[in-house]
Structures are given as structure tokens and as C-alpha cells.
Write a protein that binds this ligand. Structure first.
Ligand code: ADP
Ligand code: ADP
Ligand code: MG
Length: 661
């Protein structure tokens, strides 16, 4: 029976809500957004045909508030709900509640969601379906059984939260002596994150790849796979770069993994889009990890290599149509790579960043797709995931997809919040990445602890020059035009000096106007304090764009000034110059033994007591911000002198949390 969908409510926000609306518009389906107070001005709200406010900003009050969302559907005549990913996407009760209210849930049946919701049960079902799994504990186990399983498979082992997701509650254990403490910690984390402390234990596979299979089923018993995505580039078990096809799969291995995924999907009566995740060992051995019963963040790479619109297919399947393709009709064509752009500060351990985005500029390019949730003026708050956009390159082969993506990222100008842009570029340009030599430890293996290299002196000098030229042009435009230039003066403007700072580095520019109208600029900076003299002509400035010729080379730059920072994009380098005081309060505090919150968040766990001796590197307390946990660790040995923020405290950046002397 076909039940046509006329109005879709997206029970989500940001880029995925926009993504769903895009397909709905192309199908002539009416769209409804729901939005929190924090998202009132967000692009996805504007783009929907109608929008309903969910009072509050916390996820629990808004995007996780099933009743409020179902009410919004009733009030707006929505006959279907697309849950996106995250939030209610893998919530079987929500899917059931939709059905009970006569609203089509665009996703799998509640029973399939439930069956895959616990990793332990999912793994048991995989075993039953003849799908290889990672050796480890089986079924519901107590601590003694976990220890026994660890001995049986051999260390190192990985403890996981059975209810887990997003890499939370996962711990590597390298020796039996560490196991009891690791179990206790993993239970605590899992309980806090998922309200459930069931664990499982697996052999820890050293240097695996993460390769997952996109599956699709319909209500008529058809199940196919749409090939693989490789998502080995991860940080804290979270994917940041994904691609299709994987460089590690032969046609035979692809067919074997695809078959395994389809077998499991059939065994659980899977309908709609889903993903079966595997780890792939160096010898081509693959092991089931889990099933994500929803559309995945990285679905665009599959769309790029299959030419399909997965959201359209989801809607059709939810209406009751059979799949619009058979396995034989599906073709893998070309290659695609996606990167996730996150608001995070590379200078502060890649912690999530908040702030207002002043510039977000990414020129359109052939072979590049941008799925973004933000635009200039968007406020990146503390309440939700810090992912800003996905940028996807595609082309006839991997190298052309990669080069297009690199070119797009080099043109990305973003200011107001720091991002992982440079880490993404470094990854895409890395030799091992180019060669397709990937594993889940790629980032540490290739880059060590300093994930991003600081900009070179030459790049900083060029950026400082562009910033100076923009200020100069602005001032010149404001100054009264001298009708007669006094003969005895060489230049109508005095010599001017500007200092620019990036972290602990400083670049200064001295410039003056020459008689022929060109500019003479001396840039000094970098480790050796070398001076460079440049003659600049043909300066043109319009809003943020600055173009000029320096020592015979024409260049274009984009300069954004806001708050106390200037951001410059020039020749692929994005530099942010700080104009805030050299030593912000929190750094001084850290030097005196105070540990400040690096970002707004909530203290979830205090691991030490007043008077306790602590060792360098020991976790003092845990701050939760933007759905991630951030341990605050001791910089040096000492004694805890004061605890200033008990668990549950909501803190602003710079708030002193603890003092260690
Ligand atoms: P997984 O990491 O579970 O294998 P994905 O890579 O598809 O799966 O990532 C899903 C994650 O995306 C969720 O766990 C959640 O943290 C995050 N997320 C949820 N909603 C949003 C959103 N609207 N925008 C950005 N990220 C989101
Ligand atoms: P989540 O629900 O958090 O997505 P997964 O079970 O999918 O949890 O694992 C997340 C990531 O952790 C994988 O992509 C992989 O990088 C790593 N991982 C998971 N299991 C293992 C294992 N047994 N050995 C090595 N790495 C693993
Ligand atoms: Mg996973």
C-alpha cells in the first residue's frame, strides 16, 4: 500500500535539516522546521515553508522533546517526520510514537532500531547471520566475564558502552592490571552519557581501517548495498574525513563485505537507509562493529559515486514504494571525499569553539558539494554539535576528487570561530593520504600531537601585508583628498606601523605612500625577524576583497575584521591575527596554578580532592561542552589547593575551576 507524503517535518537542525528540505523541495513536498531559541535565526528555519518554535535551547527541551515535535507535526499538518542523524534518529520509542499518531517515520521500523540499539545484542545477531565479528565478550556479561574474555582474546582489548555512540565510553586496555579500573571508568562514562552501564569487550585491532557499507531496504523484502565508505581518518573515534570507494577494497572484498551487510539487514528485517560498520584488518579480514539505523553524516560521498539522492529514496521507501534500483543496476562511478568542518581551536587542543561567524565564504566550484548549516552571521553556541559544514569533492578518480576538495578548502574564508580547516588541508595533502595508506591512527601516526603546523613566516608576512593594505585603503578613502600636494613632502600620509600577532609570533608592517601613488611596505617578523621590502601597486578594495600587486605579483585576499581579530585569506592561507591583550587572564591564572575553563560548558566530574597530591598529566576534572567530554589535566605535579566548580556547575570560558600549587 502506498501512503503518499505531502509534508515533511525535519526533527533536526543545521546542515541535515537543510539537506532534507533540499530534496523535499525538488519533490514538491512541503517542509516544516522545528527550532530551538538558539536556532531562531538559523538558515534551515528560513528555508522551511513553515517553522515551529520549540521553547528553550537545551537539546532535551527541544530536538529531543518527542512530544513537542509531534505536536508541531499535528499543528502544521506534517504527515511524515525525517529525524536526520543524532537526536531522535535512533530512538525506537519515537518511531513508535510517530506511528501511533499516524505520522510516517522516515527511517527503519522500530524493531530494527531496537535490535541494533545495543551493541551487544547487535553483535549476537551478526554472529547468527554469519557475519564476522571482533572476538570478545558475548552477550550480557559481568565484570568477571569481561576479565575472562580479555584473557581469552589477549591484550590489548577495547571496552565499549553497549548503548554507545559517538565514541563515548570507549577505552583501550593494554594489560590485565588496568582492567578493573578501566571497567569502572567505562561504566561511569556510559551511565552518564547513555543512562546505562552495560559494557562489552573486544580484541583491540591495531591499526585497522574503518570501512562501512551503506544498505537500503524496502517494505517488500528487497535489500541492497550501495558499496562502501572508508572513514578511517578519525579523532577521538569520530570521523573527520570520509571517502568512497575505499582504496583498500578489491572487487572481491567489496562483494564479500556487501553480502555480509545485506545478510545482516535481511536477518533483522531492515527497511530504509542504514549503515553496517566494520573494522578492516591489514590482511583484509573484516569484523562487524555496529549498525547505524539512520542516514549517516557521510552519506554525500555515496550519493556522489552512485548518482542517487538517498533522501529521495528514503522518502519513497517510507511511502511504501519498492526500491528504485536492484543490486545489479547499482554502479560505482568515480570517487568522492568528504571533510567535516568543525568549530574548534587548533591552538587549544582542538576544543570546540563558540562565537559568531563573521565571514563564511566558499566559492562554488565544479566537482565540489557543500552541505553547510551556517552562514555569515550565524551564532555557534554551546548547545549542539560543533560541525559547521561538510565539503565534498568528487570526480572521475580519487586524485581529481582530492584536488578539487583541496582547492575548495584553500578558498574557504571563515572568521569569527576557529576551525579544523588547516588540519583537513594537511590531511588531504599528506603523502600517505594521497597514497591511500590509511588507518584509524592516521592523524597521530602522521602528525603526532601537534596536529596542525603553524603558518610559515612568508605566509604570515603576506597576510599581514593584505591586512595593512585593507586598513590603508579604508583610511585613504576617509581622508580628505589633497588638492595640492606640498612639494616638500614626499608623501601625503605619514609612515605607519602596525603590529599583528598570531599566538606568540608577531609581524609588523611599516608602510608609506610613494610619489607615484604606490606603497612602500616593510614587513618584519617571524623567528629571525627578517625584513622584507615590498612595492605595492594597483590596490583595489571592495568590502572584504583586497587585490594588489606586490613586487610584480598580482594577488587577491579576503580580509575580515571583527571583535578583536583580523582574519586574512591569501593564497590558500587563512591567518587570524589577534588584537586581544597578549596574556589573557586565563593564561596568567594557569601560571599561578589556576586552571580555567577553556570554553563554556558544564563540569561533569571532579576527580580530585582538596589537599590531594596530583601528578602531571592526571585528569583533575571533566568539562562537558558541545556533547563532548574534555578532561582538564594537571600541567605539573602539585597539590590541589582549591576546588571552585563542583559537578553540575555551568561555567564561562576563563572561569577558574581548580587551583593546584
Ligand atoms: P557515528 O559516529 O555514530 O558512526 P556519524 O558519523 O553519522 O555516526 O555521526 C553522527 C553524529 O553526528 C552523532 O553522534 C552526533 O554527535 C552528531 N550530530 C547529530 N546531529 C547533528 C547535527 N544536526 N549537526 C551536526 N552533527 C550532528
Ligand atoms: P560508536 O558507536 O561510538 O561509533 P563503534 O563501535 O562504531 O562505536 O567504534 C567507533 C570507532 O572505534 C571505529 O570507527 C574504530 O575506529 C574504533 N574501533 C571500534 N572497535 C574497535 C576494535 N575492536 N579495535 C580497534 N578499533 C576499534
Ligand atoms: Mg560507529
Amino acid at each position: 500500500m502506498i501512503k503518499s507524503i505531502h509534508t515533511v517535518l525535519a526533527a533536526n537542525r543545521g546542515e541535515i535539516a537543510r539537506r532534507v528540505f533540499r530534496t523535499c523541495r525538488s519533490l514538491g513536498i512541503r517542509t516544516v522546521a522545528v527550532f530551538s531559541d538558539a536556532d531562531a535565526g538559523a538558515p534551515f528555519v528560513q528555508e522551511a515553508d513553515v517553522a515551529v518554535r520549540l521553547p528553550g535551547s537545551a537539546s532535551a527541551e527541544t530536538y529531543l522533546n518527542a512530544d513537542a515535535i509531534l505536536d508541531a507535526a499535528a499543528r502544521t499538518g506534517a504527515d511524515a517526520i525525517h529525524p536526520g542523524y543524532g537526536f531522535l534518529a535512533e530512538n525506537a520509542e519515537f518511531a513508535e510514537a510517530c506511528a501511533a499518531r499516524g505520522v510516517t517515520f522516515i527511517g527503519p521500523p522500530p524493531a530494527a532500531i531496537r535490535a541494533m540499539g545495543q551493541k551487544r545484542e547487535a553483535k549476537a545477531l551478526a554472529v547468527k547471520a554469519g557475519v564476522p565479528v571482533v572476538p570478545g565478550s558475548e552477550g550480557a556479561v559481568d565484570d568477571a566475564a569481561l576479565a575472562k574474555a580479555a584473557d581469552a582474546v589477549g591484550y590489548p582489548v577495547l571496552l565499549k558502552a553497549s548503548a554507545g555512540g559517538g565514541g563515548k565510553g570507549m577505552r583501550i586496555v593494554r594489560a590485565a592490571a588496568e582492567l578493573p579500573e578501566a571497567i569502572a571508568a567505562a561504566k561511569r562514562e556510559s551511565k552518564a552519557a547513555f543512562g546505562d552501564d552495560a559494557l562489552l569487550l573486544e580484541k583491540y585491532i591495531e591499526r585497522p581501517r574503518h570501512v562501512e557499507i551503506q544498505i537500503f531496504g524496502d517494505a517488500h523484502g528487497n535489500v541492497v548495498h550501495l558499496f562502501e565508505r572508508e572513514c578511517s581518518i578519525q579523532r577521538r573515534y569520530q570521523k573527520i574525513v570520509e571517502e568512497a570507494p575505499s582504496t583498500a577494497l578489491s572487487p572481491e572484498l567489496r562483494a564479500a563485505m556487501g553480502d555480509a551487510a545485506v545478510r545482516l539487514a535481511k536477518a533483522i528485517g531492515y527497511v530504509n537507509a542504514g549503515t553496517v560498520e566494520f573494522v578492516l584488518g591489514p590482511a583484509g579480514d573484516f569484523h562487524f562493529l555496529e549498525v547505524n539505523t539512520r542516514l549517516q553524516v557521510e552519506h554525500p560521498v555515496t550519493e556522489c559515486v552512485t548518482g542517487l539522492d538517498l533522501v529521495r529514496e528514503q522518502i519513497r521507501v517510507a511511502e511504501g514504494h519498492p526500491l528504485s534500483f536492484t543490486q545489479e543496476q547499482l554502479k560505482l562511478d568515480g570517487a568522492s571525499i568528504e571533510v567535516r568542518l568543525y568549530a574548534e581551536d587548533p591552538g587549544a587542543g582542538h576544543l570546540p569553539q563558540t562565537g559568531v561567524i563573521h565571514d563564511f565564504h566558499l566559492p562554488a566550484r565544479d566537482g565540489v558539494r557543500v552541505d553547510s548549516g551556517v552562514e555569515a552571521g550565524s551564532d555557534v553556541g554551546i548547545h549542539y554539535d560543533p560541525m559547521l559544514a561538510k565539503i565534498v569533492g568528487f570526480g572521475p578518480d580519487r586524485e581529481s576528487a582530492r584536488r578539487r576538495l583541496v582547492a575548495a578548502l584553500r578558498e574557504l574564508s571563515i572568521s569569527g570561530v576557529r576551525t579544523n580547516r588547516d588540519l583537513l588541508l594537511r590531511t588531504l595533502d599528506d603523502q600517505a593520504f594521497v597514497a591511500g595508506d590509511l588507518d584509524t591512527h592516521f592523524l597521530e601516526r602522521r602528525f603526532g600531537v601537534e596536529l596542525v603546523a603553524p603558518p610559515t613566516d612568508g605566509a604570515l608576512a603576506l597576510a599581514a601585508l593584505a591586512a595593512t593594505l585593507r586598513s590603508h585603503a579604508e583610511r585613504a578613502a576617509r581622508a580628505p583628498v589633497p588638492t595640492v600636494t606640498p612639494r616638500f613632502r614626499n608623501n601625503p600620509f605619514a609612515d605607519e606601523c602596525t603590529a599583528y600577532r598570531v599566538g606568540d609570533r608577531e609581524v609588523t608592517t611599516h608602510h608609506r605612500v610613494l610619489r607615484d601613488g604606490s606603497l612602500h611596505v616593510v614587513v618584519r617578523g617571524g623567528a629571525d625577524g627578517d625584513a622584507q621590502t615590498l612595492v605595492v601597486s594597483n590596490l583595489e578594495v571592495s568590502e572584504r576583497d583586497v587585490s594588489f600587486e606586490a613586487n610584480g605579483v598580482r594577488r587577491a585576499a579576503r580580509v575580515t575584521r571583527a571583535d578583536d581579530a583580523t582574519t586574512v585569506l591569501v593564497d590558500g592561507v587563512l591567518a587570524t591575527f589577534d588584537e586581544s591583550p597578549r596574556f589573557p587572564e586565563r593564561r596568567v591564572a594557569a601560571q599561578e596554578g589556576g586552571y580555567a575553563a577553556p570554553m563554556p560548558g558544564k563540569v561533569t566530574d571532579v576527580r580530585v580532592k582538596v589537599g590531594q597530591a596530583v601528578r602531571q598529566g592526571e585528569t583533575l576534572l571533566v568539562l562537558e561542552a558541545m556533547k563532548m567530554e574534555h578532561p582538564i589535566k594537571a600541567h605539573s605535579d602539585g597539590t590541589v589547593e582549591a576546588l571552585l566548580a563542583p559537578p553540575g556547575t555551568q561555567v564561562d570560558p576563563g572561569t577558574i575551576l581548580i587551583v593546584v600549587q
